[in-house]
Every structure is written in C-alpha cells, then in structure tokens.
Design a protein around this ligand. Structure first.
Ligand code: MG
Length: 198
C-alpha cells in the first residue's frame, strides 16, 4: 500500500502536493515473476526437468515432484525475482525495438561479446552458493531441454536473457537439492551436533 508522504519545506513553499511514497509490494513482485515466465512460454515443469537432468546421476531416487518443489523455493527468493523481471523486460523491449542503439541491436541479435545476460543470471546462481556455478556452466554449454528451444533464433522471440535465467534457476534449484540432501544424510547417520547447530 502506498501512503502519502508529507511534502518537504521546499516543496511546501512551491505549493507542491503530498507525494505518494514508494513502498515495495513483495506479493506483487512474486506474482509478476510467475506471470512473466508463463507469458514468455516457460513452464515450471520444464525448469524442473533440467534440475532432474542435472541431479539424477547423484540422486537416483530424485523425483520430478521434488524438483518442482525446489524450483518453486528458488522462485520465492527476491534476488531471483529481481533478475527474472529485469531480464525478461529487456528481452521484451528488444523484441519490440524499444531499446536505444546500439544496445537494441546487441540484445536483439544476442551478440556474442555482450555478456550481461550471463552476469545477471549469476545473481540467481549465487543465492545457493558456488555449487550452482558448475551446473550453470554445464547447462549453458549443453543446452538441454527447454534451453534448446530458447536458443533457437529461427523461432522469432528474443530470449537473450531468458535462456540464462532459466538455466540459472535450474542450477540454483540443483544446488539447493545438494545442500538439503547433505543435511538429510547427516541426520540419518546422526552426526554429533556441533555447538550452535540448532
Ligand atoms: Mg543469453
């Protein structure tokens, strides 16, 4: 909810009215993230399939359901939502020809020397530590599943940012699984607790 903010003495002097203070609406940001992924043709299940692809060799019993759950958890993070909204917005603007030159041409053509798309995606990968980084590099090279579609330039839409974002979400979810499986294992073998573990 936005609340009006009192004008500063200078604004009052100039006869300026009360301003609407900016306040963040987290629910709106979360909803916009989900809705933009959907509008750009990305299903949560497709990201979960990438997670399964990345993790099944380490955890043979891993289910699609667990992968979907971990993707959902990654999408709850604000850093992730910020990156998704920023990247998709740039893709959409480039598609509509609304960016300024030469950025417009660079993003539209997914210019090889423009690496800001990967850098933005790293803010997603970093949420769950450096394990995600290896996976991110791996899927970026292999481009399995949905990433192959996103990289097909003949299809029309601009996905310069979205391909890295999707790969990064899958990598972060994989990393989250690896951390959680380790904790589960430690509980199973009843490792003695370190002081301050609780
Ligand atoms: Mg890219």
């Amino acid at each position: 909810m936005q609340t009006p903010e009192k004008p500063t003495p200078k604004e009052e002097q100039m006869g300026m009215p009360e301003r609407q203070a900016y306040s963040l609406n987290s629910r709106k940001v979360a909803e916009a993230t989900r809705s933009w992924l959907e509008k750009r043709g990305i299903k949560i299940e497709e990201i979960a399939e990438l997670v399964l692809f990345l993790q099944k060799k380490y955890y043979p019993g891993l289910t699609m359901e667990e992968c979907v759950h971990n993707v959902e958890k990654v999408l709850e993070k604000r850093e992730v939502q910020n990156a998704v909204l920023t990247g998709i917005q740039l893709d959409v603007l480039a598609e509509e020809g609304k960016l300024l030159s030469p950025l417009q041409e660079m993003i539209k053509n997914d210019e090889g020397l423009y690496g800001v798309d990967e850098i933005l995606a790293l803010s997603i990968v970093n949420v769950y530590g450096s394990i995600g980084l290896t996976n991110f590099g791996y899927v970026d090279k292999l481009k399995p599943g949905v990433l192959e579609r996103l990289n097909d330039k003949s299809l029309g839409p601009v996905h310069t940012f979205l391909d890295d974002i999707v790969g990064a979400i899958a990598s972060a979810a994989s990393s989250r699984i690896a951390h959680n499986k380790q904790s589960e294992r430690e509980v199973e073998i009843e490792l003695p607790k370190e002081p301050g573990d609780d």
